[in-house]
Design a protein around this ligand. Structure first.
Ligand SMILES: [Zn+2]
Length: 88
């Protein structure tokens, strides 16, 4: 995003705002600025959506404590992800 308008955030600031909104640390002017930026910037929209999903997942996970079986499944998934990363 190359235009310089005082109201519009740049991308790094927009990402910062996304995080703050998720943690309810943003006032309405910040939210408005973020919304404006998201209208114009597809990259940040993508970031915003991923962020939302992650928060929702975390909230779901917090609703109940994990059983031992679930913990083991998570560990297996993590290990699989790691071994895929290190594969050539
Ligand atoms: Zn952006």
């Amino acid at each position: 995003m190359k235009q310089k308008l005082p109201l519009l955030l740049d991308c790094p600031r927009a990402a910062e705002f996304c995080d703050k909104v998720e943690y309810h640390e943003m006032d309405w002017t910040g939210k408005l600025q973020l919304r404006l930026h998201l209208l114009f910037c597809a990259d940040c929209r993508g970031y915003w959506k991923r962020n939302r999903k992650l928060t929702q997942l975390l909230q779901k996970a917090d609703l109940h404590t994990c059983t031992e079986q679930e913990k083991r499944q998570w560990q297996q998934q993590l290990q699989q992800a790691k071994s895929q990363e290190s594969a050539p």
